[in-house]
Design a protein around this ligand. Structure first.
Ligand code: GTP
Length: 390
């Protein structure tokens, strides 16, 4: 499906920037427009693939291009005040050609955390196409203020979008990795997973035709109904067939049957791996309201039977009768299973995030309340013998 992507804040901008690169590399055709919005000039200058005219600096009169320093209330205020400047860039999007908006932001900071929900609300008021959010949760080692920002923004962002796709940095940070190096890999993972998912609905002319190709309406219907979504993904390398369409390893005759059974088994095992492995937001898959299974890869390695079995297994595991499935023919030497679980409800990570956020909030309030007395005690001498200068 074709998306207009808007990255808000540093993380949002960087991720959309990577999406543009992915789109060019894979020719998947999902990024129809890409915009980055920020209060920090340096962040916008650091982007590589988003066109200059689509980099929007807001809040110049308030923060002089230096960012909001993790103050998401200020981020939200600035977004509201300068929404016309953002709209100016959105006006250049051919909205009749896009299927949905995707607003991307890290939720722990200030600009994206505060601004993304404001933008989503604005877009929903003006346009009839769906507005999805891609929200990145901070790592638990980032500190209380980031967790508090994320927990508050999360509540607002979910309310303002048609569906919030969530990626949790915490479950993806490898021990010992530098933050920057870590983000590069994490961003690649984000782009690959959501790229395959959204690319599925965008099979172009001249592409291979699968047996039951996923259509963008199936992605939209899986996301309809709102709530929170998470994505599972698993791959296995395969051999590409030669020009005649035959597999180099299994050529005709008796082997064909072996091959069909093998293909079916590979698909079902990839579906299990994707659903039970690391999700973008870890959660219990049981209780997910809707799901979509996309099997991507060379057509000779995909079959309807495997996808149907995988789909049925997902119905059993989620308890949902609204599980869609289909293929996404790709000429790459691997088969990938990508599973969108929408309307997930059993997410311990969110509860934990809220708990830490409440503790951080109480702590910040207590310190603020005591702050004046503490300063007074420190500055005043015990017997009040000294006089201030004026
Ligand atoms: N996945 C990913 N997460 C990031 C990246 N950069 C930052 N983050 C996360 O996003 C959160 C918000 O950081 P930023 O996007 O830098 O903040 P901002 O929205 O620009 O806001 P301010 O810097 O406060 O003005 C951080 O707490 C991190 O958890 C990135 O490149 N990739």
């Amino acid at each position: 499906m074709k998306l207009a992507m808007i990255g808000f804040g540093q993380a949002g901008g960087k991720i959309v920037d990577r999406f543009v690169d992915y789109d060019e590399r894979t020719q998947s055709g999902i990024v129809r427009s890409a915009i980055a919005v920020n209060t920090a000039k340096a962040d916008l200058m650091g982007l590589e693939n988003i066109q200059n005219e689509n980099r929007v600096l807001i809040g110049q009169s308030r923060v002089k291009g230096h960012g909001v320093g993790a103050d998401n209330e200020l981020g939200a205020e600035i977004a509201e005040e300068d929404i016309d400047e953002v709209q100016g860039a959105i006006d250049s999007i051919p909205t009749h050609e896009i299927d949905a908006f995707l607003v991307v932001a890290g939720m722990g900071g200030g600009t994206g955390s505060g601004g993304a929900p404001v933008l989503a609300k604005h877009l929903k008021r003006i346009y009839t196409i769906p507005v999805y959010g891609l929200g990145v949760l901070p790592g638990s080692d980032e500190g209380g203020i980031y967790t508090l920002n994320a927990a508050r923004s999360f509540q607002t962002f979910v309310r303002e979008v048609d569906n919030l796709l969530v990626f949790d940095n915490d479950s993806w940070r490898q021990a010992g990795e530098s933050v920057e190096g870590g983000y590069e890999e994490i961003n690649e993972e984000i782009v690959r997973r959501f790229g395959v998912l959204f690319g599925a609905g965008e099979v172009g002319q001249g592409d291979e035709v699968g047996e039951s190709v996923v259509d963008s309406s199936e992605i939209i219907n899986t996301l309809a109904g709102g709530g929170i979504s998470t994505v599972g993904y698993a791959t296995e390398e395969v051999e590409l067939s030669d020009d005649s369409g035959l597999l180099s390893r299994f050529t005709g005759g008796d082997d064909e049957q072996v091959d069909t059974a093998h293909t079916t088994n590979r698909i079902t095992s990839l579906v299990r791996k994707a659903a039970l492995g690391r999700l973008t937001l870890p959660c219990e898959i049981e209780g997910a309201e809707r799901a979509l299974l996309v099997m991507a890869g060379p057509t000779e390695h995909l079959n309807r039977k495997g996808i149907e079995r995988g789909r049925k297994w997902l119905e059993e595991q989620t308890g949902s009768m609204e599980v869609r499935g289909g293929d996404y023919p790709l000429r790459e030497p691997q088969v990938a299973s990508c599973i969108l679980l929408s309307g997930v409800n059993n997410v311990p990570r969110i509860k934990e995030l809220q708990q830490v956020a409440i503790e951080a909030q109480d702590n910040i309030e207590a310190i603020r309340e005591e702050s004046e007395d503490n300063l007074q005690n420190l500055v005043e001498d015990d017997e009040d013998e000294l006089e201030p200068l004026f």
